[in-house]
Design a protein around this ligand. Structure first.
Ligand SMILES: Cc1cc2nc3c(=O)[nH]c(=O)nc-3n(C[C@H](O)[C@H](O)[C@H](O)COP(=O)(O)OP(=O)(O)OC[C@H]3O[C@@H](n4cnc5c(N)ncnc54)[C@H](O)[C@@H]3O)c2cc1C
Length: 458
């Protein structure tokens, strides 16, 4: 048994953990980063990056299918899934190499193995103890399922879906949230018949309702089927497929069912409860300084209740390192975290939805404007459609921006500056947006809301 002492000991080398490690090292602290699998965690190996690579392959398949529309003679001869996976793995491998190199170049001790909190500030890995003046818990999340629904055989999670080396002909996606609609989009682009089952009344139910409705229209056009407001009741597997029953008596048949009903915190079994850390339904509770109820023990990423997004984890990791170093960083405003869903069409949003804004500021104190991308030259060139919805406080700042359309994810940068810097529509209207870009739709929407529409009727 060996004992090692550090300023900061971090459990989990995903987005939250490695960001905390890098920033702590930058600030001159000694750091141990404990990871049982691969640095980069879910986002790099099983989440953000591999799914976005598949979505890009899907976009190329769609473009090829529609090439004639743009005057190009091309035929889609099929999807070579092993080759798609090779392209995807190449990206993950390159980023993994880069990340490992970056962390290796800093004064960070990477410890391989599963860690367990065995004292207030001590994590045991094998027979070694790592004690930190500060501890950061960042053990991430796992794919949840429903009570009684076993993940096995043809009933899979996103982790399994990423490993498939074939395109299912027919697939059911249980859950119309971010992960569900992204996989539905991928498989549809690859030629599968897809049905999404969502118990709530809309797809992407955490988005402004106008966006959900926009996605439903777009998915219908793409031939993606969905059943809304109806709950799953059971699944029977056979040699060749699954028969999925819904509470309304419908039975749907497919080759596979993807369970995409959310992600649970991976925070039990590592000694957290035993060390007296306050938890709620498996999540680690923190205050706004990301400190648990135990002094000097912090938590970051998906184990902390809130949006489960990689960039939230990065920001929390940076915050914790700066807090430990005594820099007193400004608390993270969760309502200002940008969100992008990378299905086709993409969805991007930041700030309050219309309903949230009216609840918070009073129903009559909020106005909205929807700029239809039909008036945007670049959208026409791409053959896409969609809109940007602005939510503003009357005579006040923009409170929320909600977008749907091809490539709108790339617009989130300006949107988040507008919302987080509490810009007025008049401020944005006076800034010049380049023509012809998708981005100028952001300018046009603000021009219209400021009362001086250019390429818009109102
Ligand atoms: C399919 C999918 C797509 C996604 N797409 C996006 C996206 O496009 N954009 C986005 O922002 N987010 C996306 N996410 C979410 C994103 O991946 C997570 O929010 C992010 O990875 C959370 O970071 P984390 O550090 O909390 O946890 P993780 O990344 O899960 O990292 C936790 C790490 O801790 C390690 N670990 C756990 N327990 C121990 C232990 N006891 N000892 C040692 N090591 C341990 C794990 O091996 C893991 O590497 C996606 C997720 C999925 C599943």
């Amino acid at each position: 048994m060996a004992d090692h002492n550090f300023d900061v000991v971090i459990l989990g080398g995903g987005s939250g953990g490695y960001a905390a490690a890098l920033r702590s090292a930058q600030l001159g602290m000694s750091v141990a980063l404990i990871e049982k699998d691969k640095l980069g965690g879910t986002c790099l190996h099983r989440g953000c990056i591999p799914t976005k690579a598949l979505l890009h392959s899907g976009e190329i398949a769609d473009n090829t299918r529609e090439a004639a529309k743009f005057g190009i003679n091309a035929t889609l001869n099929g999807i070579d899934m092993p080759a798609v996976n090779k392209y995807r793995d190449g990206i993950v491998d390159r980023l993994f190499k880069g990340l490992t190199g970056l962390i290796g170049s800093k004064d960070i001790t990477v410890v391989s193995g599963e860690g367990r909190l065995v004292g207030p500030k001590t994590i045991q890995v094998g027979s070694d103890n790592y004690t930190g003046a500060n501890i950061v818990l960042a053990t991430g999340s796992y794919s949840r399922t429903l009570p009684g629904l076993e993940i096995a055989g043809r009933v899979i999670t996103s982790e399994h879906a990423l490993q498939l080396n074939f395109v299912p002909q027919k697939v059911i996606v249980l859950g119309g949230g971010v992960i569900g609609v992204e996989f539905a989009s991928i498989w549809r682009s690859f030629g599968a018949e897809v049905t999404i089952i969502e118990g709530l009344s809309h797809l992407v139910p955490n988005e402004d309702e106008a966006i959900s409705k926009g996605l439903e229209r777009a998915f219908k056009k793409r031939g993606i089927d969905f059943k809304l407001g109806v709950r799953f009741s059971g699944v029977v597997q056979s040699e060749t497929g699954v028969a999925v029953s819904l509470e309304d008596g419908t039975v749907l048949e497919a080759e596979l069912m993807l369970v995409a009903v959310g992600r649970g915190p991976n925070a039990t079994g590592f000694g957290y409860e035993e060390q007296g850390i306050n938890m709620d339904r498996g999540f680690v509770l923190t205050n706004e300084r990301l400190q648990t109820n135990q002094p000097g023990v912090y938590a970051a990423g998906d184990i902390v209740p809130g949006l489960q997004l990689a960039h939230r984890g990065f920001q929390q990791g940076i915050f914790i390192a700066e807090e430990i170093a005594g820099l007193a960083p400004i608390a993270i405003d969760e309502s200002g975290i940008p969100k992008v869903t990378y299905c086709e069409p993409e969805i991007a949003s930041v700030g309050l939805s219309e309903v949230q804004a009216r609840e918070l500021h009073g129903a009559d104190n909020v106005s909205t404007y929807e700029y239809n991308l039909g008036g945007n030259g670049k959208t026409q060139i791409l053959g896409s459609a969609g809109f940007i919805k602005l939510v503003r406080k009357n005579d006040g700042p923009i409170l929320g921006i909600h977008m749907i359309g091809s490539r709108v994810g790339e617009q989130i940068g300006e949107a988040q500056l507008i919302v987080n810097w509490e810009a007025y529509p008049e401020d944005v209207a006076s800034l010049i947006h380049a023509h012809p870009t998708l981005n100028e739709a952001m300018g046009e929407a603000h021009l219209a809301l400021a009362g001086k529409p250019l390429h818009a009727h109102a």
